[in-house]
Design a protein around this ligand. Structure first.
Ligand SMILES: *Cc1c(COP(=O)(O)O)cnc(C)c1O
Length: 416
């Protein structure tokens, strides 16, 4: 398997990697193993399996015990995700948030500190600020992830408050498309490691671009987290999350997942295996559409600004980091109309093709007004500091015919 990995490309791995038809009566496609428990062939085999699972001993015992600990469809998803992320191993979870919280709770201990980018995904932000303080874990944010001084200032404040247990960034960030330089973050983590007992791991939330556009592990990250709900699932019909990284840290995450019970189920795993096969085609077409839509919006008189990654100005640190670590600009971005909430609402209510909903990365184009929806609960000051005001709209461009998307947006903008 590993030799195949080295010689074939990711587009090829998405079709079939991790599944061997010989294990399932020659079925060309993986069956969904809809069972909660697995029958042991013998008492000794049962013992061997438990020794292998709980002591991490490789005694040759193959098979599964109980669905929460692992199951065949989960193994297939994890093998494929690891191949796509260029990782030793991956762990799949019931949702992206289950994956993120598993990383936070396995890497951070009471008294530790977290260094993270700002802004950060709403769910992560709420967990870090509402739940982690109960464990005596404090968070220190940096606002410019391409500026060494900005990251170091957060790191210094964190070290003064306690050992840094984890460095976490979402790049590009939601919904501002702010870029964090992954290699720079890894270099700062190395510095932190020289000043305390343990070097903190660097984790990247790769949801906004996904494995075909950005490979954080290749740029120095230790962990790559993806909400598989978005581009990997790709049809807005499932929830899942994944983390890729070194074998030891992934094994620790799987043990935690078994105890918390956030294992990805067999049916969703099966859907995800199917979705993986077309992910590169969907992300490519969506990215082409997004470029055309972003260009249309940038040139429209009723649009004030567009935060599309492809428009990052030449000569900036953000542009340089973007070009180093991303192979494309993705298909989710935000734009600001001329006006405020009333104008934004008039425009949204005029749309006929675009659907108004949160989430991103599906086949259909989705639009939302972050200030009154995804970021409603964020205090106005923090919201505006994160670049979200009443004129901001977030767009996740899908794979429809781009002319229909542009015509719909054009007609709706006339309503302003
Ligand atoms: C959606 C999302 C998550 C959370 O994923 P869920 O699958 O909804 O739990 C995390 N990070 C980012 C950037 C997201 O867009």
């Amino acid at each position: 398997m590993s030799r195949r990995n080295d010689t074939v490309r990711r587009e090829t791995l998405t079709v079939g990697h991790g599944y061997d038809p010989a294990t399932a009566n020659g079925a060309a496609k993986p069956p969904a193993y809809l069972t909660s428990t697995f029958v042991y062939p013998s008492a000794q085999a049962a013992k061997d399996l438990h020794v292998a699972f709980f002591d991490g001993v490789d005694n040759g015992a193959g098979g599964h015990i109980y669905g929460r600990l692992g199951h065949p469809n989960l193994d297939m998803v994890e093998a494929r995700l690891a191949a796509l992320d260029g990782a030793e191993a991956s762990a799949a979870f019931a949702t992206g948030m289950a994956a993120i919280t598993a990383v936070l709770l396995t890497q951070l201990s009471p008294g530790d500190t977290l260094v993270h980018c700002r802004p950060i995904y709403g769910g992560t932000d709420a967990f870090v600020h509402q739940e982690l303080p109960r464990f005596g874990i404090r968070a220190f944010g940096f606002s410019d992830g391409t500026d060494r001084e900005s990251i170091e200032a957060a790191a210094d404040a964190a070290i003064a408050a306690g050992p840094v247990g984890l460095v976490w960034a979402e790049t590009p960030a939601n919904p501002t498309a702010a870029v964090t330089d992954i290699a720079l973050l890894a270099a700062v983590a190395d510095d932190i490691g020289r000043r305390q007992v343990r070097r903190p791991l660097v984790g990247i939330d790769n949801t906004f671009l996904g494995p075909f556009v950005q490979s954080p592990l290749a740029h120095g990250a230790d962990l790559c987290m993806t909400s598989l709900t978005k581009y990997a699932g790709g049809h807005s019909d499932l929830l899942a999350g994944g983390v890729s990284g070194g074998a030891d840290v992934i094994a620790r995450l799987k043990m935690f997942r078994t105890l918390v019970g956030s294992t990805l189920d067999a049916h969703t795993s099966w859907l995800l295996l199917r979705s993986f096969e077309t992910m590169h085609l969907r992300t490519e077409r969506a990215a082409q559409n997004a470029l055309a839509v972003a260009t249309f919006l940038r040139d429209h008189p009723k649009v004030a600004s567009v935060t599309y990654l492809g428009f990052l100005p030449a000569g900036t640190r953000a542009r340089a980091a973007f070009e180093r670590q991303c192979s494309g600009a993705g298909s989710t971005f935000s734009f600001r109309i001329r006006g405020g909430e009333a104008e934004a609402f008039r425009m949204l209510d005029r749309l006929r093709v675009l659907r108004m909903a949160v989430s991103l990365g599906g086949t259909e184009t989705l639009i939302c007004h972050p200030a009154s929806t995804t970021h409603y609960a964020v205090p106005k000051e923090r919201r505006e500091a994160a670049g979200i005001d009443d004129a901001t709209l977030r767009l996740s461009v899908g794979i429809e015919h781009v002319d229909d998307l542009i015509a719909d947006l054009g007609a709706a903008l006339e309503a302003i």
